[in-house]
Design a binder for this molecule. Structure first.
Ligand SMILES: Cc1cc2nc3c(=O)[nH]c(=O)nc-3n(C[C@H](O)[C@H](O)[C@H](O)COP(=O)(O)OP(=O)(O)OC[C@H]3O[C@@H](n4cnc5c(N)ncnc54)[C@H](O)[C@@H]3O)c2cc1C
Length: 480
């Protein structure tokens, strides 16, 4: 195993001491990054203790986001802090660097990284050397060249987006309640979601549920005044739960007056008007884009092999194809599904695979460090569960189909068992229990996104992100 020197010390803000011994570099602190590092801590305990191995995790955020809980965070059923797992606490034997890998030169075993400190000091990126690389940067929203999309839409992949959207929806109800202009009111109360996978459907269903409840506190808004539209290009939604349960989900949503439009695309959303391929036009201040994901952009800045969709070509042992000492898993990796009947089938980009792949990957790295044989990753997809709002859901797991309350209960039980750390499980359970006893939170804290606005106003300046500014204003009050 090579033992080169770190080319440049990591900047202030992360510990300047590089880990000693065999240097394992994990890029990404999401599902795969966190679970791989966690498992490695356990598998290589002795080596970490005596300095034969060091693990560095590069992550833009100091936390891992449990994405399946984002819709419930948007609905206010779980507070944002409980949807994320603090990496420094969980990975206490790893070296955490808050930053982003910009380039990977695997031939030279170096990652070019920007950190909070390099950005603050304007010193340019640093290079971090490694011996074993784990690439787990996940995916980003897959957008299309739809006019107006970049200016007016929001994604639903991060806790910031989920909470921004919650604040935005309630803010729209405040606008609708106070305006005298029916056109403004109509646009404020129209919410367009594009993409019928679990992210889009769960986000829409949870927010609609929350907004319907919230409407009872507005003297001039009735739940029927809110217009929710789900736009899906294919002829089904929630493919993860199968055809029959997908059809049930459509019936359930339509029963709540949600306008589900299949085989329809968003053609444009310029000037706050969503134009659909079926000719419909909806003036709206809210377009949520959840129409799929694509691999993280950093993959294109590596010397590692990618497939036609930009995912890293991997073997079933989770090694990057054709090179040594490079490993990958999760949304970023094209891992062959050895349990599938079809040849060349890849594992789908979902948490079910990401968690299990991370475990297998860490065990394989530990085996390779110890000179033991590697094992292939094999997991047959067991189905999925989805929430459609409070007490509503749909599930198709191990061949069993459930709907309504039992599916919703299963959704909660499953994710409670899966959310990392006992601490998080206890906090989420406590929140759900309290929510059963008290009324739902209906407050929008959008002003949290502009903490200096009040002071700037007092000091005589123009408040950032507030006031009558020109230009498009996206959900969450952010200037685009
Ligand atoms: C709203 C929502 C709901 C979902 N619900 C489900 C569900 O119910 N069931 C299910 O199976 N799946 C679900 N998923 C999918 C699941 O969350 C993903 O498949 C899973 O997170 C993939 O894990 P990952 O580690 O590959 O990527 P991620 O968990 O996204 O982690 C990638 C990490 O890498 C970081 N990163 C990116 N670029 C860089 C860089 N250049 N340098 C350093 N770090 C970088 C990112 O910031 C992120 O922290 C859901 C996804 C969403 C968005």
């Amino acid at each position: 195993m090579p033992h080169g020197m770190v080319k440049a010390a990591i900047n202030r803000g992360s510990s300047p001491e590089p880990p000693p011994g065999t240097r394992i570099l994990v890029v990404g602190g999401g599902y795969v990054g966190m679970y791989t590092a966690l498992r490695l801590q356990r598998e290589l305990k002795a080596q970490l203790r005596d300095g034969r191995v060091g693990i560095t995790v590069i992550t833009p955020d100091p936390y891992m986001t449990y994405q399946p809980f984002l819709p419930e965070a948007a609905a206010g059923s779980i507070s944002p802090r409980h949807v994320v797992v603090p990496l420094r606490r969980v990975l206490d034997r790893c070296h955490i660097v808050i930053g982003e890998a910009r380039r990977i030169d695997h031939a030279a075993r170096t990652a070019t990284v920007t950190t909070l400190a390099t950005e603050e000091e304007g010193t340019g990126p640093v290079e971090i050397g490694y011996d074993e690389l784990v690439l787990a940067p996940g995916s980003v929203s897959r957008t299309l060249p739809v006019p107006g999309l970049a200016d007016y839409a929001i994604g639903f992949k991060t806790v910031e987006e989920a909470i921004g959207l919650r604040n935005h929806v309630i803010e729209q109800m405040d606008i609708a309640s106070s305006t005298r202009d029916p056109a403004v009111r109509d646009a404020a109360l129209t919410f367009v979601f594009v993409g019928g996978g679990y992210a889009g459907v769960e986000a829409l269903a949870e927010l609609e549920d929350m907004a319907r409840y919230t409407a009872r506190y507005y003297h001039n808004i009735k739940p029927e005044d809110l217009k929710w539209i789900l736009v899906e290009a294919s002829d089904r939604i929630l493919p993860e739960v199968g055809e029959e349960m997908g059809k049930y989900a459509i019936r359930e949503l339509r029963g709540r007056n949600i306008d589900v439009r299949l085989q329809t695309r968003l053609d444009s959303c310029e000037n706050r008007v969503a134009v659909l391929s079926d000719g419909a036009r909806f003036p709206t201040r809210t377009v949520v884009w959840t129409a799929g994901v694509k691999p993280a952009p950093v993959l294109a800045a590596t010397d590692l092999p990618l497939n036609e969709r930009g995912r890293l070509k991997c073997t079933a042992k989770l090694q990057v194809e054709g090179v040594e000492h490079a490993w990958a898993a999760g949304d970023a990796a094209a891992v062959p599904d050895v349990t599938a009947d079809e040849k060349d089938k890849e594992c789908a980009p979902n948490a079910q695979h990401a968690v299990r792949q991370a475990k297998a990957l860490a065990e394989n790295i530990a085996a390779s460090v110890d000179g033991r044989p590697l094992r292939e990753y094999a997991h047959k997809y067991v189905g999925s569960v989805a929430s459609l709002g409070l007490h509503k859901g749909v599930a198709h797991v191990y061949g069993r189909k459930l709907k309504g309350y039992p599916a919703w209960f299963m959704h909660r039980a499953y994710h409670l068992s899966r959310v990392p750390t006992f601490n998080r499980k206890a906090r989420v359970l406590a929140e759900w229990t309290l929510a059963g006893l008290f009324k739902r939170e209906i407050v929008s804290l959008g002003s949290l996104e502009h903490p200096r606005a009040e002071f700037e106003l007092a000091a005589g300046g123009r408040p950032a992100g507030r006031g009558p500014e020109p230009g498009p204003k996206g959900p969450g009050g952010k200037e685009n």
